[in-house]
Structures are given as C-alpha cells and as structure tokens.
Design a protein around this ligand. Structure first.
Ligand code: 4AZ
Length: 517
C-alpha cells in the first residue's frame, strides 16, 4: 500500500527533483542507515510501536501504534484497499522482517469516511484486532487540539522502519528522529497538496531538509515526550520525497480527528441505532420494464458502523434484483449519517413483485431487512395516474398522457411527456387503456394576470424549499404555497436527503421528514 502514495507522489510531484535526492545522499545520515537522519530507537520508549505486515510476511509495510482495547491506529492510505484477513500487526515489533513483538490478526478495518485519496486529508484508520492482546503497552493519543500540547518549533519525535533515504533501503531496527513542528503557513509555501494542510494535518521538519520520515514510515506515530509522558500527536501521512529542503513531512492531526477514533473505540453496540423503511409499497409498473428503487439507511446512533453482507433477493413475480449502486458497503457510516443502495428488478408476469435488501452491521449479529413491493401490470389495460405538473417523478415511474404510457428515465419535475423528445426524460412505453383519452396538447398557460393571486405570507424566518439543501430539525420552509417544518432527529436526516424523494408536499415520502404547519 505504501507504494501507492509514493508512486503517485513520485509521478506528480517528485519527477523534477532528483537533485534533492542527490543532496540527501551527501548527508552524513546516509552513511549509517537511519529513518532519514535518525538513530536506532530505544525499544523501551516505543513499546506501543506497531508494524503492519501482510498475513504471510514479517516485513513491515507501514507503521502504526497500539492505542489499547484491541485497537491499532494507522494511516488510511496504508490499509484502504486491504481486507482484514490479508494483514496482521506486530505490536512492539522493533526489527524489520523480525519475529519479535506480539503478532495479532485483524478483524475489522475502519477508514475515515472523509479520507481523500487525492490530497490525503483525513488519512487515519483503525484496525480492530481479532483478539485483545495481553502484556502490551498502549500509547496516550492527543485530545482537544494540537496546540494544547506544542507550539511551532517544538521538537517532536517520529519513529519507523521506513527507508533511510529517498529511494533507499529499510533499516534493520526501528529508527527515530526529532523534527520541529512547522507552522501551517510555512508548510503551505511548498504548494501543491501542501496548500491544503492544516485543518486535519500538520507538518514537521527543517527548511534545509536532511531529517524526515520516509516511505514505509507511513501510519507510524509522531509523539511529544514531556516529563516521561509520551503523547502521540500525529500519524505519518505523506511528503514530497523525503528530507528535501522546504518539503516537510505531513502528519495526520490526531486531536483534530479524535472524534473518529472515539466513535469507533468507545461507540459500543449498545449505542448502535439504525433507521430505514422496513416495508414500502412502490408505484405500479409494467411487466417487461425495469423497476428501480433506492433504499436509504440512516445511522441514527452515535457509533460509526460498517455495513456488511449486503444482498438483495426477489420474490413474487419479481426477477432477481441487481444492485445498481451501493454507497453503503464502501466506507464507514458515521453516527447521524445516511447512505443509499439502489436496486433494479423486473417482473416475469402480472402480479406483486417484491424485493428485499438484507444487511448486517459490524457491531451486532442482527440481520436487517428492508422490503419493497410493487404491482406489475401487463401493458394492455395498464392505467397509472396522469402526469401532473407539480409531481416529482423518479426513474421508472410511469404515467399516462395523451392515451399513451410514459416512463421517466431519470428524476424529473415539471417536464411534460409530450415535449421531452428523443433525448428527454420521458420515454413512450405503451398505450394506456384508461377510458377517455386526455388531450394530446400540453395545457395552455393561462395569460399573465395583472394582479397575481396573493399567496399567504410564510412565517418569519421561513424560506422556499431548495432541493439538495441540508436542512436541520426545526427548519421552516415553504413549498407549493404550504409551510413545512423539518421533523426532529432522527427524521430530520431525511429533510435534506436526495433532492427528489423528500420534497415537502410532493408524493408521500416527505411525511417521513416534514410536518405540515
Ligand atoms: C510514504 O510514502 C512517505 N517525507 C511517508 C512520509 C513521507 C514521505 C513518504 C514524508 O510512506
């Protein structure tokens, strides 16, 4: 994994800078191999130091730290593409490729949900160990804010088994080096991704270069040592090359990211609460046409969860549903957050088509199931409701207009079936058998009145509903001349959800999120 970031940086940022590597090779630090410019670490001071290895290897590919309760802290970019059973940790591992330290398997990997693979913001992850090891020493991690512990210029200590020079080799034992904390302003001068450091990261190093962390140190701890108390302030994240002048090492700021850690370590299963619609009846559809649906799962608890074993089954006349978009299994679902899974199914004949989405979460052994059903009708004699100007239509919704059946290809509101043409939202899917045919021409707009009808004044502080806005509990909006209040938690999670589905006063879903005032 560490290769990924170095490769990416090498390609985008390092290519013109071979001179820097040359300069570093002249550094005395290069003569006896170290982190870059460091010394052999004192094992007694780094008992919490943890190596991450592949399950069939002893070679450390990233650093980490043991923080207690069976949890190991590391960088997201070290483990974001790994499966738990493909990696293991060695707590207190001091030797590169050694068998020292306490080796433990990993049962769960939690990646920060806002980890940004482009600029490595929120580069933090937790590994839950398969068993809680005995006789190992955890490290204290920073809380509050970084500057409660240190000021710019203070010396921090970083350790690792990474390369001892840019592009160089690994050491035989753990290395450590002292590097001063660098202000965000000075660090941002380096440009590129450095301009984004500060909120959830900090920099350390010296302007002339020569001392730094390097490839393979990622995920490892940078600490402050005061009066014999060691506090881990950061996690080795990235840098342009290693130990180059003015290209400081960047570290994830643990104090700033502490909520993520606490949510996972202290958010036990007793605090888990998830909300979703258990049974939902969808609009009718036609045999032979696809029916689409999007499930929303809300984590209404405090603890972040990961959704496992997501699967979908069909019953009744439904064909086997397929998952067309899964935004739930891909990352950690934080407390107070929602994710969505879209499915598509068809019907083999007329009747009731049902689909069930089942999933588990990491914190419990419960299987959760959300069911949807829709009546599938033959195209002859099928008569859904007429298209209506104010209605919101979701993909797959079918309406009648002009004696024909029209199906929405994507989300739409106010677009008339007869005007949408070949590239438009509506596609013609059959003849409606609904008795008298409604007019083929779209309704003629009434002439503009000189005096527009007076709409009632919304209460003070209310605003027109805008799809896609993030609304909070108690927010007042107006829509279609009525006033709505966003419900209290957890229902408020839907007030701002997917633009279409919860628009106040439109369809029925909105009642889950809004109260008509
Ligand atoms: C790496 O690739 C890496 N100079 C870690 C730290 C630094 C550079 C690269 C900081 O793991």
């Amino acid at each position: 994994m560490k290769n990924k970031i170095t490769m990416a940086l090498a390609m985008t940022l390092m290519s013109p800078c071979l001179f820097a590597a040359e300069t570093i090779n002249q550094n005395p630090a290069e003569v006896s191999p170290r982190i870059v410019g460091g010394v052999d670490a004192n094992p007694a001071e780094w008992k919490f130091y943890t190596q991450i290895v592949n399950s069939n290897s002893n070679r450390s590919f990233c650093g980490a730290s043991y923080i207690g309760d069976g949890f190991v802290l590391t960088a997201a970019h070290c483990v974001d593409t790994d499966a738990p059973n493909h990696i293991a940790v060695k707590i207190g591992g001091y030797r590169y490729n050694g068998t020292d330290g306490v080796r433990v398997n990993v049962s769960e990997i939690y990646i920060h949900p806002n980890f940004n693979t482009r600029n490595l913001a929120n580069d933090i992850a937790l590994l839950k160990l398969a068993s809680v090891p005995a006789g190992v020493t955890p490290v204290e991690i920073a809380d509050g804010s970084l500057y409660q512990y240190v000021s710019d210029g203070d010396l921090l200590t970083v350790a690792g088994l990474g390369r001892t020079s840019e592009g160089g080799s690994s050491p035989t034992v753990l290395q450590e080096v002292d590097v001063p904390l660098v202000s965000d302003a000075a660090c941002r001068q380096a440009g590129g991704s450095y301009t984004a450091v500060g909120d959830v990261s900090f920099c350390a190093g010296v302007p002339q270069g020569g001392i730094d962390s390097c490839q393979g140190d990622s995920g490892g701890p940078i600490v402050i040592n005061r009066g014999g108390v060691t506090t881990q302030l950061g996690i080795v994240s990235w840098g342009v090359g290693c130990a180059r002048p003015n290209k400081y090492g960047v570290y994830s700021d643990i104090a700033a990211l502490r909520q993520f850690v606490d949510g996972i370590v202290h958010g036990g299963s007793d605090k888990v609460h998830i909300t979703y619609k258990e049974n939902e009846v969808l609009a009718d559809f036609i045999v032979g046409e696809p029916k689409q649906h999007t499930f929303t799962i809300a984590n209404t608890g405090f603890a972040p969860i990961t959704i496992d074993r997501l699967s979908v089954t069909g019953s009744g006349v439904a064909t086997q549903p397929v998952i067309s978009n899964d935004r739930c299994s891909q990352s950690t679902l934080l407390g107070n957050d929602v994710c969505q899974v879209s499915i598509e199914f068809g019907a083999t004949k007329a009747g009731t088509a049902s689909a069930a989405l089942s999933f588990e979460i990491d914190k419990t052994t419960t299987v959760y199931t959300a069911n949807v059903s829709a009546t599938a009708k033959d195209s002859t004699g099928f008569c859904p409701t007429d298209w209506q100007d104010g209605n919101v239509y979701l993909p797959g919704d079918t309406v009648t207009w002009g004696g024909k059946l029209w199906r929405a290809k994507w989300w739409t509101q106010g677009e008339h079936p007869s005007t949408s043409g070949q590239w438009g939202v509506w596609e013609e899917v059959g003849i409606a058998d609904c008795g008298p045919v409604n007019p083929v021409e779209p309704p003629v707009q009434p002439p503009v009145e000189p005096e527009p009808p007076v709409t009632p004044e919304p209460p003070v502080g209310s605003d027109s509903y805008v799809a896609g806005t993030s609304y909070s509990a108690g927010d007042i909006v107006t829509n279609g001349g009525s006033t709505y209040e966003c419900k209290s938690w957890p229902y408020n999670l839907w007030c701002g959800a997917t633009p279409s589905a919860y628009e106040p006063g439109v369809g029925t879903n909105w009642q889950d999120a809004w109260i008509l005032r």
